[in-house]
Design a protein around this ligand. Structure first.
Ligand SMILES: Nc1ncnc2c1ncn2[C@@H]1O[C@H](COP(=O)(O)OP(=O)(O)OP(=O)(O)O)[C@@H](O)[C@H]1O
Ligand SMILES: [Mg+2]
Length: 339
């Protein structure tokens, strides 16, 4: 490692819900994609988990922003601040000199030219000198450990915070893909609305997400059911404190419509799959990645409906980031990296 030619190499999964950075195969940053800015000066106050703790609790001087919506950058300035801040978290501990930075960032497979440009620009503005991009389902497949270069069809369903991406991969390329803007965030909103409508309780986004993580379910009969989740909050009418035990069955009903949309998208992706690859997929099964893959009973529901085995990636929240890290190590070999 020459002192003056040192290149720092990072792989980044810039997600709607979480941003993960990998260096030398190790997860160095794993934080919610949130920034807190000074409302007047736009100066950065906090990023990641620290900024998330401020969400819904800010005073007029501070605002919290999620820079990505539906898988793409919605607030360019906030995104750049966030990327810069997260990279700094790694560099600060390691180096005295700012090294030249090579970075691989993943992007949704349905990205438009403009959206790809936005990711590239913010990575460059944040210090990236050598920026490559990779499509997220491709990264997920690599992270899961599939041989993406083989003449063999594999289907990935990545359910993130903002988008559900379904892609068929063969011979190092994406054969077909379908992306819908129904994912984890929408399930959280379903629960937030439901708590108000059904229980007259006002809950914030964070509480609704915790309900989803604890008792969220895609089916009404789970083999290993979770205990009821007790939620505290104000009555919507009287503002008096109340306590509601929430069952997984009621949340399964409340999520049914959105889960159906995901189901329909998988079916439609299968419809558009060429027959030889279809046969591979039936044999290999379909791989679920992204935080949404952790929704209880989802694999079983899809399997029963579609009649193809579904496998949950070993570490669904990190599959895309891991694959991006592997792509970074094979930058000269993997032809599907976008310059
Ligand atoms: N146990 C769980 N059950 C259900 N949903 C979960 C669970 N754990 C996390 N999630 C959800 O997964 C989502 C985050 O997943 P992930 O980190 O893969 O998204 P992302 O990559 O940031 O988003 P995107 O890929 O859409 O840009 C959130 O909506 C979160 O609430
Ligand atoms: Mg993602």
């Amino acid at each position: 490692m020459g002192l003056f030619s040192f290149t720092q190499e990072l792989a980044m999964d810039l997600g709607t819900a979480n941003t993960i950075i990998i260096q030398n195969g190790k997860i160095m940053v794993d934080e919610p994609s949130v920034v807190a800015l000074d409302n007047r000066t736009e100066k950065l106050i906090a990023i990641g988990a620290e900024a998330q703790r401020m969400q819904g609790k800010t005073n007029p001087n501070i605002k919290t922003i999620r820079p990505l919506r539906d898988g793409v950058i919605a607030d360019f300035y906030a995104a750049e601040q966030m990327i810069r801040g997260m990279i700094k978290k790694i560099s600060n501990n390691n180096h005295v000199f700012a090294p030249s930075l090579r970075i691989v960032v993943c992007i949704p497979s349905g990205s438009t030219e403009v959206e790809i440009r936005a990711v590239r620009d913010s990575a460059e503005h944040a210090g990236g000198r050598d920026v490559y991009m990779i499509y997220e389902p491709m990264a997920a497949a690599i992270g899961i450990g599939l041989d993406v270069e083989a003449p063999e069809g594999n289907m990935i369903v990545d359910i993130g915070g903002g988008t559900t991406e379904i892609a068929v991969i063969s011979l190092g390329g994406i054969v077909s893909n379908k992306s819908i803007r129904i994912a984890g965030d929408d399930l959280t909103t379903d629960i937030l609305d439901y708590m108000g409508r059904q229980h007259n309780m006002k809950v914030g986004e964070r509480t609704a997400e915790l309900i989803k993580i604890n008792v969220g379910s895609a089916i009404v009969t789970l083999e290993d059911p979770p205990e009821d989740y007790v939620v505290f909050g104000p009555n919507r009418m009287t503002a008096l404190p109340m306590e509601v035990p929430v069952t997984y069955q009621e949340i399964a009903h409340c999520l049914d419509k959105s889960v159906s949309k995901i189901e329909m998208a998988v079916l439609s992706a299968l419809e558009n799959t060429p027959p030889e690859l279809y046969a591979d997929i039936v044999r290999n099964g379909i791989y679920l990645a992204g935080g949404g893959a952790l929704l209880k009973g989802l694999d079983k529901r899809l399997q029963d409906k579609i009649n193809i085995p579904f496998h949950i990636a070993e570490d669904p929240l990190h599959a895309v980031a891991k694959g991006t890290g592997i792509a970074l190590n094979n930058i000269n070999r993997f032809k599907f990296l976008i310059r």
